[in-house]
Design a protein around this ligand. Sequence first.
Ligand SMILES: [Zn+2]
Length: 383
Amino acid sequence: MKASIKLFRIAGIDIGVHYSWLFIFVFFWWTLAEGYLPQQHAGWSPAAYWLTAAVTVLLLFVSVLVHELAHSLVARARGMPVSSITLFILGGVSNLEEEPGKPMVEFTMALAGPVTSLLLALIFWGITRVLGTVTEPNYVAAAIAFLAYMNLVLGIFNLLPGFPMDGGRVLRSIIWGSTRSLSKATTIASIIGQVFGWGFIAYGVYLILRVDLFSGLWAAFVGWFLTSAAAASRKEVTYRERLAGVKVRELMNVNILAIAPDTTIQEMVTGIFQKKHDRAVPVCRNEQLIGIATITDVKKVPQEKWAVTPVKEIMTGAQLYTVTPDDSLNTALELITKHDINQVLIKNGDKCAGLLTRADIIRYLQTSQELGIPEKRNTDRQS
Ligand SMILES: [Zn+2]
């Protein structure tokens, strides 16, 4: 979820909206102002329809946000840091810094969202009961009734037991808890997620054939999204399980390639980047790791200065992302993904031990898959 606009911060969590939310905002605004509200409440002025619709959509946005905050706050209470929440076209995503390590944590975390939506639905419904006696035009009652309905839909939809929907996460945590196998649980929950996805697509096609083009396309889109998200989660867990059983040591280059800080850029380019096809190299002084130099760093210096500029002037020396030879490949890949970098440095104590790239890990996965090499050991996290 990168293409997003940061809005504000609540309880230390950055709240942002994905650009697709602008589309959903306009879509709901228009549907409410031109369709739903005039159908339900005749005789208002056009301005009243549009204004009530705008406020309602904003409150819908707040409802989705509260749902996501419920996930995040439960996660944090269970000791899992949450850095940000991004609202996008089909709800929201809480960006966890790590996956839940225990079935019970995932269970409560996943359930918190839909339960909150259902509670909101109940509260809004209660308010409409109180407001119900007031005579038309009742703009507030109209908005609240719609919000009660939407929160009910949000709560129920998210409880469908297909991964990666909340209900699917709940199901996964139950299977995970009873079988002790995260990969088995993810596989089952995401297959069900894919089945739901295909169901939505089929329903969408049915609606399109019934000439309800818009609802049909919408249902098909939701289905397509679910199917692909479920398939991606399944793949990712398979990879993670596979990588967790392998140590960095096993992929490490035996002949450590490192350079001294006083090497010139020119020497590094011709001696390493051009010859070995590497894109980065550790910088070490007396075997102590002090930095990393990459092709990106080189590009910032004009070519005529390469022969006179030492590598220490362009290298990254602070904030080095390192792993040890005994870490798993999974740990390395998590670092690479989290910080959006192409490689991590391998450090043995203080000593330079080399470099592990994203490409190394991918190549490892491809080769072992192509040759049908089984996973090294059962690496399911214990509850
Ligand atoms: Zn949720």
